[in-house]
Design a protein around this ligand. Structure first.
Ligand code: ADP
Length: 511
């Protein structure tokens, strides 16, 4: 992230964003031009007590957060008086349960990646609840979402269920935990975007769903109040920072939805693609709840100005991770960055396809038994072909998901904006544009997730007047336009579809 060093301390304020990611927390100060004026970051630890289990220490998260807030303010000699409002962007689904009398967590945070509750999700499906859960929450029953994680804590932590039934325990995703603590336990809320990732929230009625709560045996008294993503929920009560200043906490939004907003995808058909370890594709479907026949999920993008905006979401498990594999396991590159230069040493992949189904395939294939394959190898296949085919596989997977989105929604993509580490690869972005047959825009200097939370926190307190003012903050973008012959594109994508079939079912036991 680039920090604008030229600005002067602005007594009339910054928006402070607390961005709580999966592996680090950050505090970022934005000025009125939407420029980053100060930033501090700290890594947070993850624990793996058993294979497939992932936890974090909720207290460590808070102390890291306090540290980065202090550091970001001190760097530019700002104080709480210079903060117009605070916005929170957070890793989603991660589940924390705490005692409301002591404020102490009863268990570590169970992180979104944790698979320990897969059997609880399977049981919901076995009980025939799949369709009901999908139509109410927009999600497919899965260990990923918060609901099964809450149930696990109540069933496995000694005394937890009893306390919960007595109304002594509170649940929150990371946003809720942060807001609760920085308001000294005065505010127990979440926003629509985070609520819609719990698998307990009815996205049609915009209420916690008593029926699903009953199926999972989760007392409603534990749940936070669900609010808009942009409004004043309460005030900062960290004495070390706030002193006597009244600093409003004015936005909360899940990280992927935050980046949709930060990327200016305000209108129906606007989409963003984040190329990180995995890849997240979100499309704004405005006020329409689009249910998917292709295994995508429906979530709430944000609640703003008395209205809820929905989105369709698809994810790809392995995107940048395939480039890491080339680097760390295959030693074909020293640095992810080199993949671009080496891929473009060949004019094409020489008929070679890499399908990086390391952990199965997600939407629209949904085959947990699929495994990685490389097909089309000849005596002429080189390192460059394999690297190129690996990069191309990211673009093909994105195309698979976007085709499913178009089919489900009947919408065309109006704008496609990209971000994340691997979006810096020009070859990949050009190939992506060729495959999507659409312009792909990569903004310069946008950390979209934090920007989205900043916009929403700024709007809530009039720091930015309205959406038009936000639109005027849209910075420059590098644009990649489709340039491939349609026949060539069709042939390549046909090859991909053939290659994917070879990956299907590989890990299934043969009779
Ligand atoms: P995350 O937030 O998931 O940690 P990042 O957005 O930081 O991910 O992106 C890191 C990922 O992007 C890594 O998997 C890395 O291999 C990949 N990556 C980074 N730069 C490039 C590049 N120039 N070309 C291809 N992949 C890249």
């Amino acid at each position: 992230m680039s920090v604008d060093k030229k600005h002067k301390l602005n007594p009339n304020k910054y928006v402070l964003v607390l961005d709580a990611g999966t592996t680090s927390v950050r505090a970022i100060l934005y000025n009125h031009d939407g420029k980053v004026c100060s930033m501090a970051q700290k890594e947070t630890m993850q624990f793996y007590p058993e294979p497939g289990w992932v936890e974090q220490d909720p207290e460590e998260l808070l102390s890291a957060l306090l540290g980065v807030i202090m550091e970001a303010l001190t760097r530019i000699k700002a104080t709480a008086d210079n903060i117009a409002s605070i916005g929170v962007a957070n890793q989603r689904e991660t589940t924390i349960v705490w005692d409301k009398n002591t404020g102490e967590p009863v268990y570590n945070a169970i992180v979104w990646q944790c698979r320990r509750t897969a059997d609880i999700a399977d049981d919901l499906i076995a009980r025939g609840l799949d369709d009901k859960i999908r139509s109410k929450t927009g999600l497919r029953p899965d260990a990923y979402f918060s609901a099964t994680k809450i149930k696990w804590i109540l069933d496995n932590v000694e005394g937890a269920r009893e306390k919960a039934e007595n109304g002594d325990l509170l649940f929150g995703t990371v946003d809720t935990w942060i807001v609760y603590n920085i308001t000294a336990g005065n505010v127990h809320i979440t926003d629509y975007s985070n609520a819609s990732r719990t698998m307990l929230f009815n996205i049609n009625t915009l209420k916690w769903d008593d029926d699903i709560l009953k199926e999972l045996d989760i007392p409603r008294s534990m749940l936070p109040e669900v609010k808009a993503s942009s409004e004043v929920y309460g005030y900062l009560e960290y004495d070390q920072i706030a002193g006597s200043s009244k600093v409003p906490i004015a936005s909360v939004i899940g990280d992927q939805q935050a980046s949709l907003f930060g990327q200016h995808c305000f209108d129906e058909g606007d989409a963003k693609i984040t190329y990180g370890t995995g890849c997240f594709i979100l499309m704004n479907t405005s006020e329409r709840i689009v249910s998917s026949d292709n295994g995508l999920v429906t979530t709430i993008a944000w609640g703003l100005d008395g209205k809820v905006t929905y989105s369709l979401e698809g994810s790809i498990f392995v995107a940048g991770a395939a480039i890491q594999w080339l680097r760390d396991s295959m030693h074909l590159i020293d640095d992810s960055f080199d993949s671009e230069y080496l891929a473009t040493k060949s004019p094409d992949s020489g008929g070679c396809y890499v399908v990086p189904a390391f952990t199965g395939l997600g939407a629209p294939h949904w085959d947990q038994y699929a495994r990685g394959t490389i097909v089309g190898i000849t005596r002429g296949t080189t390192k460059s072909h394999i690297i190129r085919a690996t990069l191309e596989s990211i673009a093909y997977q994105v195309l698979d998901v976007t085709r499913a989105m178009k089919e489900d929604s009947g919408l065309e993509f109006t704008h496609i904006r990209v971000d994340g580490g691997a979006s810096n690869n020009d070859f990949l972005m050009q190939f992506q544009s060729d495959m999507l047959e659409q312009v792909v825009a990569r903004p310069t200097n946008v950390e979209a997730t934090a920007m989205g939370a900043a916009y929403l926190a700024g709007l809530a307190v009039g720091f930015w007047k309205d959406m038009d003012e936000l639109r005027s903050l849209k910075g420059d973008a590098t644009k990649f336009s489709p340039a491939m012959e349609p026949d060539k594109r069709t042939k390549l994508y046909k090859g991909w579809n053939k290659a994917v079939k070879y990956a299907y079912g590989w890990a299934k036991d043969e009779e």
